[in-house]
Design a protein around this ligand. Structure first.
Ligand SMILES: Nc1ncnc2c1ncn2[C@@H]1O[C@H](COP(=O)(O)OP(=O)(O)O)[C@@H](O)[C@H]1O
Ligand SMILES: C=C(OP(=O)(O)O)C(=O)O
Ligand SMILES: [K+]
Ligand SMILES: [Mg+2]
Length: 593
């Protein structure tokens, strides 16, 4: 029996406060004893001995085929893991972790790893290979491509470059595709990078297609019903109020507008119109959430195997369910996660059911702030973040976090306060839009997100300021409830015992997300067998995703993990670790041998 394993002593068991725990005699480790019906799904193995192997690869069984190694619950594994559609990805005896995370762990230790994940929108400022690499080095966990902009070839080029970066440089940057959605927006400004509207100017908004250059003071609108829908006297807002016009005349497809609030208009800027102080949305609400262009983009995203598809202007859970079944039918692994963008009045109305149906949500404050009064955006953000945490869905806070850094190398104090607030709310991820897509200081903006996240996280840990959030039971079965209880108990133990790290062995990523939901003080090392699960875990708070082949034998998994991580100086003897697993439904507390 390994001396490295500490007894799970009775006081700890009491901390667990879970009726499913029983005092079984499995060497020194307490494990869950499950009802018989569950044992078949989650086999509980009782190993009688535990030996520390000299070589990390010596526990491999070369007789199993590669697919067995991936699929079998008990397979100790063959020499390689084959991920569908991705070829041979790795030697089984290896462990894969982000190059940046590895360096960070070595330099600063577990405690100071960043918990808040960072997303960068890729655009002209960042689409080069070196620029993408700089973002990855700077902490980008997810690269987002916005289908509102750029060509299919451009999107494909960015995806290929991110893939190459992952393969050649050992990153695990995930890719998020964001649909255009059926919003009303301006056209391309005839190639100009912006257009200035002055006070008192008259501009024409038109649904006409102009074959050559746009006439002066003319803006193209993408929505055919535009001229029909607006009334003289309506207020027209560009980008939620960056520029304002009053509708003064309708002439066929042309709508003449008087500029009342001057400003800079950007290509394809969003348009909303208001009547008697309210957003006019009857017609907008009739537009499909997923347009025919969006479906083509989604097909492209499925074919490219993106990790996340973010859906713009979600109005109901129905569209999310529809898309999820479409993806399931079309992609073999169906492991593309669907993120609901909360950016309309309807999405706020149906918030709980939309989030329940989705794999995550985005607080898309850009459009949300154009649809509800700006002063209501902060409370909406707080509510969305909270509902997501309770329903165990990752949540992204997006738009204008560091807007001034599009032009300036330092953020405003107010922007730093805004980022801090999102970190304090313990959102899973923060997102850059224009700052990284077309700003002048994409790397600096990412550095600000990273350093503010680290500082606020540390401050709140040191001050023990985190309010405990009551986490409702969300599982649909007794077994799922057990997993939740295990994670809540393990996270609480980790905090009380001040352990160095939580380890979670998870095939689908679910158990890792349940641990993340508890927002424990220590980082969570999440071991998964497939690269796609590992990339997906990149979006979730506090998870450090590793790819590792493992079996149902936790003792051998732990030994293998310890020796691999020790060999890379990522952990050291004496570190205190709590390990949980979704195959075994167990909690183990031990010092690294
Ligand atoms: N693929 C792209 N090609 C060109 N410009 C882009 C691209 N992606 C983003 N941008 C620029 O970055 C800005 C901010 O990006 P984002 O917030 O994603 O879009 P939007 O402003 O349309 O909501 C866009 O307005 C656009 O000017
Ligand atoms: C993130 C958002 O969506 P998009 O950038 O696609 O408009 C938003 O509106 O805040
Ligand atoms: K979009
Ligand atoms: Mg939007």
């Amino acid at each position: 029996m390994s001396q490295s394993l500490h007894l799970l002593t009775p006081p700890f068991i009491r901390t667990l406060n879970c009726s499913a725990f029983a005092n079984n005699t499995c060497h020194s480790i307490s494990k869950l004893s499950l009802p018989k019906s569950l044992n078949s799904r989650f086999p509980v193995t009782f190993t009688s001995s535990l030996s520390v192997r000299a070589s990390s690869g010596s526990d491999l069984d070369p007789s199993l085929s590669s697919s067995q190694a991936l699929l079998s619950d008990n397979g100790a594994g063959a020499g390689f893991v084959v991920s569908p559609g991705q070829g041979i990805v790795s030697d089984l005896s290896s462990i894969e972790v982000d190059a940046v995370t590895e360096a960070e762990l070595k330099e600063n230790g577990f405690r100071s790893t960043r918990r808040t994940k960072l997303i960068c929108t890729i655009g002209p400022a960042t689409c080069g290979f070196e620029q993408l690499e700089a973002l990855a080095v700077g902490g980008m966990n997810v690269a987002r491509i916005n289908m509102c902009h750029g060509t299919r070839e451009w999107h494909k080029m960015v995806i290929d470059r991110v893939r190459r970066l992952n393969e050649e440089k050992g990153f695990a940057v995930a890719i998020m595709m964001d649909t255009e959605g059926s919003e009303i927006h301006m056209g391309d400004l005839g190639g100009a990078s912006s257009a200035k509207a002055e006070d008192g100017d008259i501009w024409t908004f038109s649904v006409r297609a102009f074959d050559s250059t746009l006439p002066e003071h003319t803006i193209n609108v993408n929505y055919d019903g535009f001229a029909e829908d607006v009334n003289v006297g309506d207020e027209l807002l560009v980008d939620g109020g960056m520029v304002r016009f009053e509708v003064i005349e309708k002439i066929g497809p042309d709508v003449k507008c008087l500029c009342t609030d001057p400003g800079l208009m950007l290509p394809r800027a969003n348009l909303t119109f208001w009547r008697n102080g309210s957003l006019v949305r009857e017609r907008n609400a009739m537009l499909p959430t997923i347009s025919s262009k969006d479906w083509l983009d989604i097909d492209f995203g499925i074919a490219e195997g993106v990790d996340f598809i973010a859906i713009s202007f979600v109005k109901s859970a129905e569209v999310i369910n529809h898309l999820k079944s479409y993806i399931a039918a079309r992609s073999r692994d169906s492991d593309i996660a669907v993120i609901a963008k909360i950016e309309s009045i309807d999405s706020l109305k149906n918030l709980e059911e939309i989030i329940q149906a989705s794999d995550g949500a985005m607080v898309a404050r850009g459009d949300l702030g154009a649809q509800i009064p700006l002063e209501q955006v902060p409370s909406a953000q707080q509510r969305i973040v909270q509902v997501c945490r309770q329903l165990n869905k990752p949540v992204i806070v997006a738009s204008q976090l560091l807007e001034s850094m599009i032009e300036y190398p330092t953020p405003t104090r107010a922007e730093v306060a805004d980022v801090s607030e999102a970190v304090r709310q313990r959102a899973d991820a923060l997102m850059l839009s224009g700052e990284s897509a077309m700003g002048q200081y994409p790397d600096k903006a990412l550095t600000v997100l990273r350093s503010v996240s680290l500082r606020i996280e540390r401050w709140w840990r040191e001050q023990k300021r985190h309010e405990a959030m009551a986490l409702p039971s969300i599982g649909n079965s007794f077994s799922e409830n057990i997993s939740e209880e295990i994670c809540i108990a393990a996270a609480k133990m980790a905090n009380n015992l001040e352990v160095d790290a939580l380890f979670v062995y998870t095939k689908t990523g679910h158990m890792a997300s349940l641990l993340s939901r508890c927002r424990p003080d220590c980082p969570i090392f999440a071991f998964s067998t497939t690269p796609s699960v590992r990339r997906r875990l990149n979006l979730q708070w506090g998870l450090i995703p590793f790819r590792l082949s493992f079996s149902d034998d936790m003792d051998s998994n732990l030994n293998k993990t310890f020796s691999l991580l020790k060999a890379r100086n990522l952990i050291k003897s004496g570190d205190l670790v709590i390990a949980v697993s979704d195959m075994l439904q167990s909690i183990q507390v031990m010092n690294v041998p």
